[in-house]
Write a protein that binds this ligand. Structure first.
Ligand code: HEM
Length: 262
């Protein structure tokens, strides 16, 4: 997973873009954190290969890239959503598209409806459109998990004006297990301190360097104020953030030095 996610970490070279959204959802609804899973060794990724669809669906990556290009042109923020989607997929049950599964009568609470994903995770319609185009070109060939990975890679490409251009290994299989409590348990919470963040990444076989580098993905996209305001992190008298940064992102302040990547 380190390799797959590290690709996205190249986003650190992107211009700093943080936008705010006043309305949101409350992480206060989170249940108290349970014990973290036992750290497992990083998967080798040996079964994945660059050009995995070269024979079975030669245009697969081109098709996904075209759909993502159009979506990011319409709204660059969707690109940020697609990058986050790969993280939220991979951290829960591995990179298996479990984040995409809709509720059913037998599984009314999939990952998609968990607090970290609902309502903030965006870009599902782009994955649906890419998958629909792929099904027309080569039915039943390309996994949804690979579509999520290609789309995140392509979002990085377009948001960086082509500076981030990596070859994404493919060959992931789609999973069928998707439970909202797993997302709550596996995904790091916005309230986590450094110890908790490090432990959360260690549980996935990732180290502190991975944590720092991958956090660079927050160079793009938005956050709802509800993730930051309640714990006083943006409050001038209690914040331990760099004062200039805290002032810049404090609710009610005019946006400064931002590109329209909301
Ligand atoms: C280190 C632990 C992490 C925490 C606690 C965290 C938390 C968050 C939170 C609270 C938001 C705002 C969601 C919202 O209110 O809409 C967010 C947004 C985002 N996160 Fe993370 N995140 C983490 C790691 C990552 C990683 C590893 C990636 C990708 C490699 C990532 C990519 C993003 C992106 C691109 C956005 C913006 C999404 C959008 O604009 O729709 N995050 N994250």
């Amino acid at each position: 997973m380190a390799n797959k996610l590290a690709v996205l970490a190249l986003l650190v070279v992107l211009c700093s873009v943080v936008t705010r959204q006043a309305v949101g959802y409350s992480y206060a609804d989170y249940p108290p954190p349970g014990p973290l899973p036992t750290p497992s060794p990083a998967p080798s990724g040996n079964d994945l290969a660059v050009g995995f669809y070269d024979r079975t669906c030669p245009d697969a990556e081109k098709i996904v890239r075209g759909v993502v290009e159009e979506a990011v042109k319409q709204n660059p923020g969707i690109g940020a959503g697609l990058i986050r989607m790969l993280f939220h997929d991979c951290f829960v049950e591995g990179c298996d598209a479990s984040v995409l599964l809709d509720p059913t009568p037998t599984n009314p609470q999939p990952e998609k409806l968990s607090l970290p994903n609902n309502p903030s995770l965006r870009g599902f319609e782009v994955i649906d459109a890419a998958k629909a185009a792929l099904e027309k070109a080569c039915p039943g060939n390309v996994s949804c998990a690979d579509v999520v990975a290609f789309a995140a890679r392509d979002a990085s490409f377009f948001l960086s004006n082509g500076r981030i251009n990596v070859r994404m290994p493919a060959g992931r299989r789609d999973g069928s297990v998707s439970v909202s409590t797993s997302a709550l348990q596996s995904l790091p919470r916005p309230s986590f301190n450094l110890t908790e963040l490090t432990a959360s990444f260690a549980a996935k076989g990732l180290d502190a360097d991975d944590l720092v580098v991958l956090s660079g993905a927050h160079s793009v996209g938005r956050s709802h104020c509800s993730s930051f305001v309640p714990d006083g992190r943006l409050n001038a008298s209690t914040s331990t953030m760099n004062p200039a940064l805290a002032a810049a992102v404090r609710p009610g302040q005019p946006d400064r030095d931002r590109r329209p990547h909301g």
